[in-house]
Design a protein around this ligand. Structure first.
Ligand code: IMP
Length: 432
């Protein structure tokens, strides 16, 4: 029996991980977020209610499950508290012991948000298109060894000292170079003191907790945020987020050894989307792109921005398979393709007259790549109520089989609608 499974986005995020984590949460004891912050937006539809979770693992919608925010996450306490309040107001997360936050997770501070937005502004047309949530500057401070961590919230003196030291540098940058208003130590200190009062009960040694849970045979689901192509090392740099989004981070970002993760499942949409700037070879700026956006409701869950849409890119999917060591694929939003006559899959790229079978790691090369397409027949019928793979139209089965062939990974689940029950489970990773 498999106990520990990581769920990873294989594209540029927004693959529908929230829904899949929600489905698989039923089979686990613990759900862990291990990277990113409230730049993520995991949408889960429960009955008629829609929840968009930014920081707390989607497992929180299942009473009795423990949710962990690991050391690799960056936490905006204000956003966290808003999320807690919204959940409680809607009758969820009634037991406070269901949430554990790593003492080593870094905090997003008000100056991180300001710097994120100001830096984007001065980049002009070459901006990354960040979510403006302060994610990049918070990770910058973590690596520069001047970040403020959750454990610091528990110590008044350390907190005040660290804010003071940081503001010396940040205020100089904000006031003298970026010509904006700076921050006052006491204001941030008091604000974060108030947050600390409400958050401190959740803060603990989550690495210890998770390792003990593994020893005791508990089942754990590691919930990735964003997607492989946004990974700071392996994504389409510099058009990436500031954390590692690949499977390896499930270990580092939660304080467990990589040998403890038994299965890595990649989530991929049946087509591709991207928010923000950067190369996107299969992007469609035509009526098909519009149709995907409309039917797929492709608007950012965090920022509301329209997502760029395009066909499925198997070159990118093969790359994700390689760098994550994928054991299985979950293909989401198949129903969005229900009305198309013809469906295109990119099988390779054309670059300056030659054919590339492998995803180039250079964004500038990727930007000049043209997809080589294979054209498949659409199925022109509604798939949302289908419960078995064999019940899918033959053309839809062929499409999925072709994705499996091109990536070398088997599809273990197909999602055919937004609701929990609109999914075809072929193989449950926890029941292998
Ligand atoms: P940041 O993570 O806010 O710094 O944004 C960096 C890039 O990652 C931008 O292109 C964002 O649109 C993208 N991004 C960050 N989080 C997500 C997500 O959850 N889904 C999709 N794109 C994201």
């Amino acid at each position: 029996m498999v106990k520990n499974v990581a769920i990873i986005g294989t594209q540029w995020g927004d693959e529908g991980k929230g829904k899949i984590v929600d489905i698989l949460s039923e089979y686990t004891d613990i759900v862990v977020r291990f990277q990113g912050g409230n730049n993520a937006g995991h949408t889960v539809k429960v009955g008629e209610d829609v929840f968009i979770l930014h920081l707390i693992p989607s497992g929180i919608l299942h009473p009795g499950k423990i949710c962990v925010i690991g050391n690799g996450v960056v936490i905006d306490p204000q956003a966290l508290l808003e999320e807690i309040d919204t959940l409680k107001k809607n009758g969820h997360f009634l037991d406070d012991s269901a949430l554990l936050i790593s003492e080593d997770a870094h905090l997003i501070m008000p100056y991180h948000k300001k710097l994120d937005q100001l830096k984007e502004k001065i980049k002009g047309t070459s901006k990354i298109g960040t979510t403006g949530r302060g994610i990049g500057p918070a990770y910058e401070d973590k690596v520069a060894r001047c970040g403020i961590r959750c454990r610091d919230l528990l110590n008044d003196r350390v907190m005040r000292e660290k804010i003071k030291k940081n503001l010396l540098e940040k205020n100089h940058l904000i006031k003298n170079i970026l010509h904006e208003d700076g921050f006052e130590v006491y204001e941030i200190y008091h604000q974060y003191n108030e947050y600390a009062e409400r958050i401190k009960g959740y803060i603990t040694n989550t690495s210890l907790f998770l390792n003990q849970a593994i020893k005791n045979g508990k089942r754990i689901l590691f919930e990735g945020a964003q997607g492989t192509l946004l990974d700071v090392d392996l994504g389409t740099y510099p058009y990436v987020t500031s954390s590692n989004t690949v499977a390896g981070e499930a270990a580092t970002g939660s304080g467990i050894g990589p040998t403890r993760i038994e299965r890595v499942i990649g989530i991929t949409k049946a087509y591709t989307t991207r928010v923000g700037g950067g190369p996107f070879p299969t992007e469609l700026n035509d009526k098909n792109g519009k149709a995907l956006r409309l039917k797929g409701e492709e608007y950012g869950a965090t920022t509301g921005r329209p997502r760029r849409c395009g066909w499925f890119d198997s070159v990118a999917a093969r790359y994700s398979t390689r760098v994550n060591g994928l054991d299985g694929l979950v293909i989401t939003k198949l129903d969005v393709l229900d009305e198309f006559d013809k469906i295109f899959i990119s099988t390779a790229y054309k670059y300056k007259g030659s054919i590339l079978e492998e995803f180039p790691s250079d964004s500038f090369i990727l930007d000049e790549c043209e997809p080589v397409y294979e054209i498949m027949n659409g199925w022109k019928s509604n798939t949302t109520d289908i419960k078995e793979f064999s019940g899918l139209p033959k053309e839809a089965q062929d499409y999925i089989r072709r994705i499996e062939e091109l990536t070398g990974v088997e599809a273990i689940m197909i999602s055919v609608g937004a609701k929990r029950k609109e999914a075809i489970m072929i193989k449950n990773p926890f029941e292998e």
